[in-house]
Design a protein around this ligand. Structure first.
Ligand code: ATP
Length: 251
């Protein structure tokens, strides 16, 4: 087993009453990588990613993060371990400004002592804000604006920025391309790649397979709650028959 594993899922099962959404999924996410979870509507992608952040109950199986089991821990405990999620549908608070929305993502940030020096919360928040604005300069320009006035692409940037405000080691992204124009998707995906290159680990759930495969390192393909196939993104990207059979015609 690789020793650079950040997250390991073993035999995950999730039920909603009689609906078996996830039926024995196992996967690993190496540190510093982008892993993509792909598959058609209803394949179990969202259920899987939400179970990692504690938003969906696990029926059986294990979710091991940095060597510690985290399945069914409350979300706030999972956030404290360094996992933040940008949810499907973005869940922006429309009545708040852009900057207020970002601050919502920073609720877990506390003053810390590092090498004997106390770093105050205010200082850490400022650092995090600057980091988010460096990825998404448009959010800085619009920081005082109500979030409801943003375009879809800007709202998606805000959802990712809000998750980054918690300084996550592990960033979970649920369908960042949903409802966006191809050019904006390309921009956002390039920034996701940059976030990885700056040292974070990312798990991304997507229906837009081809774009995702271009930035991902490793891919798991789900079909009706099971892993149908997995491998290096560049190998799957070249497998036209796999793509057309299971991943639709998105490009
Ligand atoms: P999508 O891309 O549409 O979100 P998905 O691959 O993320 O699809 P899930 O959302 O995890 O799939 O759904 C997996 C299965 O579980 C589907 O059959 C779905 O209808 C069902 N399901 C999801 N959430 C619930 C729920 N809260 N109650 C009942 N069934 C649910």
């Amino acid at each position: 087993m690789m020793n650079n594993i950040l997250l390991e899922i073993k035999d995950l099962e999730i039920d909603y009453g009689i609906v078996k959404a996830v039926k024995g999924v196992s996967m690993v996410v190496p540190k510093g990588s982008i892993v993509a979870l792909l598959g058609a509507n209803g394949a179990g992608k969202t259920s899987t990613i939400r179970s990692i952040s504690g938003l969906t109950k696990v029926k059986s199986g294990k979710i091991i993060y940095n060597g510690v089991e985290i399945q069914n821990l409350p979300s706030y405990e999972i956030v404290k371990k360094g996992i933040m999620q940008s949810p499907e549908g973005r869940m922006i608070l429309n009545g708040l400004t852009v900057e207020e929305n970002l601050m919502v993502g920073a609720y877990s940030i506390k003053s810390v002592k590092e090498d004997g020096i106390k770093k105050k919360r205010k200082f850490l928040l400022q650092n995090n804000l600057e980091e988010v604005y460096s990825y998404f300069p448009i959010l800085k320009e619009r920081r005082k604006q109500q979030a409801s006035t943003l375009s879809g692409g800007e709202q998606q940037m805000l959802a990712i920025g809000r998750a980054l405000m918690g300084s996550p080691e592990f960033l979970l992204l649920d369908e960042p391309s949903l409802g966006l124009a191809p050019l904006i998707i390309k921009d956002i995906f390039n920034i996701i790649k940059k976030i990885k290159e700056d040292g974070r680990t990312i798990l991304i759930v997507e229906q837009n397979a081809k774009q995702t495969l271009k930035i991902a390192d490793y891919v798991y393909l789900l079909e009706v709650g099971k892993v149908k196939s997995h491998g290096k993104a560049k190998d799957i990207l070249n497998d036209e028959s796999l793509i057309s059979t299971y991943l639709g015609s998105n490009n």
